[in-house]
Design a protein around this ligand. Structure first.
Ligand code: PMP
Length: 350
């Protein structure tokens, strides 16, 4: 038995699941979903015909997601987390002999999943402030003509928004599909969903893992022109979305006001965290998401990460990622968690 040659050098992507009091490493919501949602889901599960396959097209869920964005259900595809959406996009539009473009630093799973599907990854560099540079975009997309170009807004792990002109610029270069990953879209104003049009190769990814407080449910989705949605559907497994998940998502969308208020609280806490970090010897990047990237000025990032763990605070260690030497990323938590983080970091850097 021999592993595929191109998979041999591929390392997994994961964040350690360490047992600590304050977990601020994977950009989840710090708040559980509303109790009323849990009750509604339990009621629904009591009536679920578990001996039958789930509704194959997940039409009710897609209708509810479509209503949220003002689009038709035919413009929505739901999947097991937005990572599965990325995989399906790569399977449908990438694959051997095709390229996917990413701009570093960005969400590592875009290139990781692309490689797993046999898609060649071509990499551009963001500028020194981690903004997307239009000259670099022209160079990479113009020269390489990738089948897929990934943009990420707000970008993970930098928290920066992509420039508004980036989408049209890629489209004007004549290269394939533009994928805008908006996993953190609700924490920032606006959405590329408004730019979706029939016949235009633009799609937007969203997730229930962050704002909707449902990381455990593994539900994400794609919005795009119907012909692209149909093409992506073709690579998904039959009945890929189980009945429990379909119900969980559909019912969550009835609690929009509760979710919006969670987002407002997190955005306020983000401001407080940025202010707190501003008083410590660290460089901080402004963030439009539910996390903040920072770099201790005088102490090694790995060491700071370890000393935070010793104080029962877990953040994401990006210190060894390309372009992010010495950086750490903290997810915005509850007020108490953010205070615990700031005081532990103050101690570590004292
Ligand atoms: N896109 C981005 C930019 C992310 O940061 C994440 C989660 N870390 C995902 C997609 C995947 O989210 P999920 O599979 O939980 O929907």
């Amino acid at each position: 038995m021999k592993l595929r040659d191109d998979l041999g050098t591929l390392e997994g992507y994961h964040s350690p699941q360490v047992d600590v009091a304050v977990r601020l490493n994977t950009n989840e919501s710090p708040y559980p979903p509303p109790d009323a949602w849990r009750e509604a889901l339990l009621d629904e599960l009591r009536g679920t015909a578990f001996h039958r396959y789930p509704e194959r097209d997940a039409l009710e869920l897609r209708r509810a997601i479509g209503a949220l964005h003002g689009v038709d259900p035919e413009q929505v595809l739901a999947a097991n987390g937005s990572n599965e959406v990325i995989q399906a996009l790569c399977l449908a539009f990438g694959g051997p002999g095709r390229k996917a473009a990413v701009f570093r630093p960005t969400y590592l799973m875009h290139s990781h999943i692309a490689r797993i599907t046999g898609t060649e990854v071509v990499e551009g560099e963001r500028d020194e402030t981690f903004a997307l540079d239009m000259t670099e975009l022209d160079r990479l997309v113009g020269n390489e003509q990738p089948a897929i170009t990934f943009l990420c807004s707000p970008n993970n792990p930098t928290g920066r928004l992509e420039p508004p002109e980036a989408i049209e610029r890629v489209l004007s270069l004549g290269a394939g599909l533009v994928v805008v990953d908006e996993a953190y879209g609700q924490f920032a104003p606006g959405s590329a969903v408004d730019q979706i049009e029939d016949g235009k190769p633009l799609v937007v990814i969203r997730t229930f893992s962050k704002t909707w407080s449902m990381a455990a449910a593994r539900l994400g989705y794609l919005v795009g022109p119907p012909e692209i949605i149909t093409a992506v559907e073709a690579v998904l497994l039959p009945y890929h979305l189980d009945a429990m998940k379909q119900a969980a998502g559909r019912l969550a969308l009835r609690f929009r006001a509760e979710m919006d208020s969670r987002v407002s609280t997190i955005v306020e806490e983000r401001g407080r965290l940025v202010a707190g970090l501003g008083e410590l010897p660290v460089d901080v990047w402004p963030s439009a998401a539910n996390f903040i990237l920072f770099r201790p000025r005088a102490k090694d990032g790995d060491k700071v990460w370890q000393e935070l763990v010793e104080r029962s605070v877990l953040v994401r260690n990006c210190a060894n990622w390309p372009r992010l030497e010495g950086c750490l990323r903290v997810t915005v938590g509850t007020a108490e968690e953010n205070d615990a983080f700031l005081s532990a970091l103050g101690e570590v850097l004292a």
